[in-house]
Design a protein around this ligand. Structure first.
Ligand code: FPP
Length: 250
């Protein structure tokens, strides 16, 4: 992503009611490729360009947190060459974008199990996270080797260990305590979750964090997603009334 002059939000968006945190299930890479008679891996390559565009569009809209579902714990079940290609793309992306992330005030955060990724990728991710940890303009949270249930289970295990060791009183465990054991510790819950590719399901993504998130489903295949589609999702978000389980006071 090149440093560019910051664009104004498209006029139909209310700049005072932007989602702080947008999360995206990037779906449709395979179908995008099949439509063109290309291998699935070409869909993922084109998907990487959509990641670049979306990151830039979020920065231009002053969105503070962008979470991308990049590789799920279930994705290991795909053919070995596709898994290899996906991991390679991620590695290349982080290596190629590190300077721009640093320059543009973007902090890389990873949600997922880094310890069971190939060592070279895990090392690169840790290096870029360390390099960008002081950045405050936008947090790019990549869900990588991530599964919502696995995240909850690792949180419960660690919390149980802390309780057994007397570091946490069971009666004092509340939402905020529990959230500190999640991969998203320190990040606000998503305001808006977008899923591209036409399916309408959550696919084991951010199960705790999306309790009150607004959901937006788009038929666009991820490689075609751009700033216009993001603006349409934000516009739909701005038309919703959020009540968080309470009454409508607006
Ligand atoms: C779903 O499409 C997408 C993925 C499994 C991975 C998303 C990965 C990328 C966009 C590549 C690069 C990512 C980063 C962060 C640089 P699918 O293959 O399930 O599509 P289909 O449902 O049409 O088969």
């Amino acid at each position: 992503m090149k440093a560019s002059r910051r664009a104004e939000p498209p006029p139909r968006l209310d700049p005072t009611r932007l989602p702080r945190h947008v999360a995206i299930i990037m779906d449709g890479n395979g179908r995008w490729a099949r439509r063109r008679g290309l291998p699935r891996t070409e869909g993922h390559r084109a998907g990487r360009e959509a990641v670049r565009r979306t990151l830039e569009a979020c920065r231009d809209l002053s969105i503070e947190y962008l979470t991308l579902y990049a590789f799920s714990t279930e994705n290991w079940r795909r053919p070995a060459d596709e898994v290899e290609e996906l991991l390679l793309l991620l590695h290349e992306f982080v290596a190629a974008e590190a300077d721009d992330l640093e320059r543009n005030g973007i902090r890389l955060h990873i949600s997922g199990d880094l310890d069971h990724l190939p060592e070279a990728i895990a090392a690169k991710l840790r290096e870029v996270m360390a390099r960008t940890c002081g950045n405050t303009r936008l947090v790019l949270n990549c869900a990588l080797n991530y599964g919502g249930r696995a995240e909850l289970l690792q949180a419960v295990r660690r919390l149980a260990e802390d309780a057994a060791a007397g570091r946490v009183a069971p009666a004092a465990i509340d939402d905020a305590t529990f959230a500190r054991y999640l991969y998203t510790d320190g990040l606000p819950d998503p305001d808006l979750l977008i899923r591209t590719g036409g399916e309408q399901r959550i696919s084991n993504f951010l199960l705790w964090q999306i309790a009150y998130t607004e959901l937006y489903f788009s038929d666009v295949y991820w490689p075609d997603f751009d700033a216009t589609h993001l603006a349409a999702a934000v516009e739909a978000f701005q038309g919703r009334r959020r009540r968080f389980g309470g009454v409508d006071v607006g």
